[in-house]
Write a protein of this length. Structure first.
Length: 401
C-alpha cells in the first residue's frame, strides 16, 4: 500500500466507502480507474469483485477474485471474497467444485481463531468435497480444527460423508469413530441427528463385522459394536425413531445368536443372560406393535421359547415367521426338532444350515459348521435308536429277553 501513489490510495479509500454505502456502480468505476493506472492492484480487484458479485455479474466477479489471488496468493481478502462467491453461486462442474474446495482450504488458514467461521467453512468444504471424492483426506487434514469446541456442524457433514463411503480403510474408521464420539457426546447436537448418526455408524460397524475375516479383528469389532449398541439404547435423549430402535436391537440379537454354542443348545434349555433376554424380548415386542415382521424376530421368539422350555411354541415360531430362511434359524430349528425327537427334521435342518454358512461372518463359519455336524450326529443317533426300538417292538417277547 505504501508504494501506491496518493491518487490511487485516495481512489481505493473512496471505492471502499462506496462499497459500505452499497454504491456498487461507483465502486466499479473507481476500481477501473485505479486498474488503468495500476493493472496489478490487488485491492482494486478485490473491491471490484465484491461490487460485481453484488450486481450479479458472476463471471466478472470470479475473474476479479482469481486475478487477485494470482497477484497475492497469501492475501486473505480475495480468498474470502471467492468463498462468498461460491456461497452465492454454488459450483456445478467438477472443476468448479475442486476450485471451491481449494478456496475454502485457503480461507481456513486465515480464520482459525474464529471457531464459528471455522465450523461454517469446514462444513462448506466437506459438503463440496463429498461431491467430487472422498472426504477422508480432508477430515484427516483438518482433524485438529474439528476437535475444537463448537464443531458440531462440521462433524455432521464429515460423518455423513464418511458413512456414505463404501470402502473405509482403518484410518477412515478412526476418523469416523472420532466424529461419532464427538456428536454423541455433544449436547449441542439435536437428539434426532445424534440418534440418526449413531445408528448409521452402528449399522456400518455391523456390516464391517460381517465382512471381517480375521478372528482377532472380528472379536474386537464385536466388542466395539456391542458397546456402541448398548450406549445407543441407554442414551439419555429421546431422539430414537422406532426403525432405528429395531435396527440396533436386531444387531444385538445377531450378536447373541453368534455367541451360542452347541453345548448350550443341547443342554435342554437356554440360560439367556438377563440383558440379552431383555433385548430379544424388546425386539419382538416393538416389532409386533409396529407390525414389522422379520425372519430375525421369528428366530428370537424361538430362542425365548427354548429358554422357557416351550419347544412346541418354538417350532411354531420358526415355521410361521420364516425364521428357517436364516442360517441362525436353522441352528435353532435343529435344536428344537432334536428336543421334540423329530430326528429326521432335525437332521434336515442341520444339513440345510451347513449349506447356508456363506451368509455368516467368516470367523463364525467353522463354529456353526461344528454345531450343525454335532446336531446331525445327534439326529442320526436318535433315528437309529428309534429304528432299533421299532424293530424290538416287532420281535416276539422271548427274543427280547
Amino acid at each position: 500500500v505504501e508504494s501506491m501513489s496518493k491518487e490511487i490510495r485516495a481512489r481505493l479509500r473512496a471505492a471502499k466507502a462506496a462499497l459500505s454505502k452499497k454504491e456498487f456502480e461507483e465502486t466499479e468505476r473507481l476500481c477501473r480507474v485505479v486498474l488503468e493506472e495500476d493493472a496489478g492492484n490487488y485491492l482494486a480487484y478485490v473491491f471490484l469483485g465484491v461490487a460485481s458479485l453484488e450486481q450479479r455479474q458472476h463471471k466478472a466477479a470470479l475473474q476479479c477474485y482469481q486475478r487477485a489471488t494470482e497477484l497475492q496468493p497469501q492475501g486473505e481478502l480475495a480468498w474470502k471474497g471467492m468463498a462468498d462467491f461460491y456461497e452465492k453461486c454454488p459450483p456445478q462442474t467438477r472443476a468448479e467444485m475442486q476450485a471451491a474446495v481449494h478456496c475454502y482450504q485457503r480461507v481456513l488458514g486465515h480464520i482459525q481463531s474464529d471457531s464459528v467461521k471455522v465450523c461454517s467453512t469446514l462444513r462448506k468444504l466437506l459438503a463440496v468435497q463429498r461431491k467430487v471424492g472422498s472426504v477422508l483426506e480432508e477430515v484427516s487434514l483438518h482433524r485438529p480444527l474439528l476437535e475444537q469446541a463448537g464443531m458440531e456442524g462440521a462433524w455432521e457433514e464429515a460423518v455423513e460423508g464418511l458413512l456414505a463411503e463404501d470402502q473405509l480403510v482403518d484410518h477412515g474408521w478412526e476418523m469416523l469413530d472420532a466424529g461419532v464420539k464427538y456428536l454423541t457426546h455433544s449436547s449441542a447436537v439435536d437428539p434426532c441427528v445424534r440418534s440418526s448418526v449413531h445408528n448409521s455408524y452402528i449399522q456400518q460397524l455391523f456390516q464391517k463385522l460381517k465382512c471381517c475375516s480375521a478372528e482377532g479383528d472380528w472379536a474386537q469389532l464385536r466388542e466395539t459394536l456391542q458397546m456402541e449398541a448398548h450406549q445407543f439404547l441407554h442414551s439419555a435423549d429421546s431422539g430414537h425413531r422406532i426403525d432405528q430402535l429395531i435396527a440396533v436391537l436386531s444387531v444385538l440379537a445377531f450378536l447373541y445368536l453368534y455367541s451360542l454354542t452347541a453345548d448350550q443348545l443341547l443342554a435342554g434349555g437356554l440360560d439367556i443372560p438377563g440383558i440379552a433376554r431383555g433385548h430379544l424380548s424388546e425386539l419382538c415386542r416393538v416389532s409386533h406393535e409396529e407390525g414389522v415382521s422379520s425372519d430375525l424376530c421369528g428366530v428370537c421368539e424361538a430362542v425365548l421359547c427354548v429358554a422357557d422350555g416351550e419347544l412346541a411354541q418354538a417350532r411354531e415360531a420358526i415355521a410361521s415367521k420364516g425364521a428357517d430362511s436364516l442360517c441362525e434359524g436353522k441352528l435353532i430349528g435343529a435344536c428344537v426338532h432334536l428336543g421334540l425327537h423329530d430326528y429326521s427334521r432335525a437332521e434336515q435342518c442341520a444339513e440345510e444350515g451347513r449349506g447356508m454358512l456363506g451368509a455368516l461372518p467368516l470367523p463364525l463359519r467353522q463354529h456353526f459348521s461344528s454345531c450343525f455336524q454335532l446336531f446331525q450326529v445327534e439326529a442320526c443317533v436318535g433315528i437309529s435308536s428309534a429304528w432299533k426300538l421299532a424293530q424290538l417292538k416287532q420281535l416276539p417277547v422271548a427274543e427280547t429277553q
